[in-house]
Structures are given as C-alpha cells and as structure tokens.
Design a protein around this ligand. Structure first.
Ligand code: KIV
Ligand code: NA
Length: 266
C-alpha cells in the first residue's frame, strides 16, 4: 500500500470509498493491520482500558500516548497515524499545543481531541502550525463522569441539532476530520452530509464516511462481561488475526459492516 495521506482520505468521501480505521497500540499488530489494508491507525486512549486494564480512559497520560504512538509508528507500513490527546491535555490551549507536539514528534500525523466548540481556539492554533485535527464528538469517553456512564448521545431534537451545528462550526474553524461515537444512525447520516470533511463512526451506523473499531473488540477479546452493541467479532470462524482484520476491511468497504443490528435509533 502506498502511503495514505490526508489528501487521499479527503478524496475518499466524495468518491464513496469508505475509510477504514482501526486502533493500534504496538508495532506487530499495527503491521498486521497495514498488511490487511487498514488505512488509518488510531493510537486511542482506549489503551487505558484494553492495555492498562483501567475502568476508564482517564488515567492515561500524554507520555503514555507518546510511547504507544512511537511503538505503532515502528510497525506502521503507510497507514495514516492518528493519536488521541488524553484526559485534560486540551484543558488549555497551551497544554493542548504541548501535548500535540509530543504526539506529532512521536510519529502521529494527526491528533484527535474529544469535545466541541470550546476546542476552536486550540484547533485553530494547531492548524496554523501544520497539525491536522480530528474532533471526537457524541459519546466522548473522557466525559464518562459527567454523562453518568457510556450512554448514546444526540438523542432528542435539541441535542441532535446542537451536534449538527457544532460539526459545521468545527469544520469552519479548521477541523480536518470528525469522529462520531454512539449517536443515532440517522443523526450521523445528517452530520456526514452537512460537512465536507470526512466523518468516521463507531456505533454511529453505516452512513458515515468511514468506520473505526478497537482491535481487541474486532478480535473478540474483552475484559467486560459482554461487548457493546456496535461491536462485531471478526475472528469468529477465521484462523488468523490478519484474516480477521482483512474481513473487517472488506466488510467496511462493501458497506456490509456496520449492519442495522449494530446501530442506535434516535
Ligand atoms: O480511544 C479510542 O479507541 C477511540 C475510538 C473508540 C474512537 O477514541
Ligand atoms: Na479515544
């Protein structure tokens, strides 16, 4: 695979060519994901849960994100590498800039930040300094204490309209990509149409411009009693991790995943 660039990802949206993203935390599985055709690797702060075993993403530090980003970079074969700013890293513009610099120096090509309109001053500064930003909206796991659990967001007309307005304003302010987590499928479809930048979904239905999964979920591995509704175990019936990831890539590209059983209603 030739190197995936932001320019290429931007052309995939109007072409209807679904963007396939998968989380990665270390080199060997990052390499397997690349061999299987994954176009974007996300060093997610979900590593706080699936790698570190915490019950939320809140304990993860910028240094830990930079360490895992460097590990993934060494295994990467041309996928576009996105890393998460962890909890409180974007609490001020200065801390957000410093954290982003660390992640970019470690090998990230774009940073992802959870939040909404209050991120605009930071994202403008990042864009002015050559750092593409993906804004993570909807269910933002760093807000778990405010939300009272991992709950579907954007239900009800008022909340839905606010997400649509925020998405447009963030695009205007220079966001390069949006990620929607656990929002009703119909709302995700509306937001995807309302902006020109690519919109990636998880638990957001099939109409977004791309999909992301946590690799452990894709492989059927979990610390929880049962996986969330939007997860599909692609390892079932397959005999290698690379074959499971390749099946995920194919299912996203063909539009077969996510199915209706994986989405949330309004
Ligand atoms: O940290 C993560 O893995 C994420 C995805 C679930 C989108 O942010
Ligand atoms: Na994350």
């Amino acid at each position: 695979m030739s190197n995936v660039t932001l320019t290429r990802l931007q052309t995939q949206k109007p072409a209807g060519d679904k963007i396939v993203m998968l989380t990665a935390y270390e080199a060997t599985l990052a390499r397997a994901a690349c061999n299987a055709g994954v176009e974007m690797l996300l060093v997610g702060d979900s590593l706080g849960m699936v790698v570190q075993g915490n019950d939320s993403t809140l304990p993860v530090t910028v240094d830990e994100m930079a360490y895992h980003t460097a590990c993934v970079k060494r295994g990467n074969l041309g996928a576009f590498l996105l890393s998460d700013l962890p909890f409180m890293a974007a609490a001020s513009v200065d801390s957000g800039l410093a954290a982003s610099a660390k992640l970019m120096r470690a090998g990230a090509q774009m940073v992802k930040i959870e939040g909404g309109l209050s991120l605009i001053p930071l994202l403008q500064r990042l864009a002015q300094n050559g750092v593409p930003v993906c804004v993570h909206m909807g269910l933002t796991p760093q807000w778990v204490n405010l939300f009272g659990g991992y709950k579907v967001q954007g239900r009800g007309a008022e909340q839905a309209q606010r997400l649509i307005d925020d998405a447009k304003a963030l695009e205007q302010a220079g966001a390069a990509m949006l990620l929607l987590e656990c929002v009703p499928a119909a709302l995700a479809a509306q937001i995807t149409k309302a902006v020109q930048i690519p919109v990636i979904g998880i638990g957001a239905g099939a109409a977004t411009d791309g999909q992301v999964l946590v690799i452990h979920d894709l492989l059927g591995l979990t610390l929880r009693s049962r996986p969330p509704k939007f997860v599909k175990n692609f390892m079932a019936g397959r005999d290698s991790i690379e074959a499971a990831i390749a099946a995920y890539v194919q299912a996203v590209k063909s539009g077969e995943f996510p199915g209706q059983e994986h989405e949330f209603s309004a």
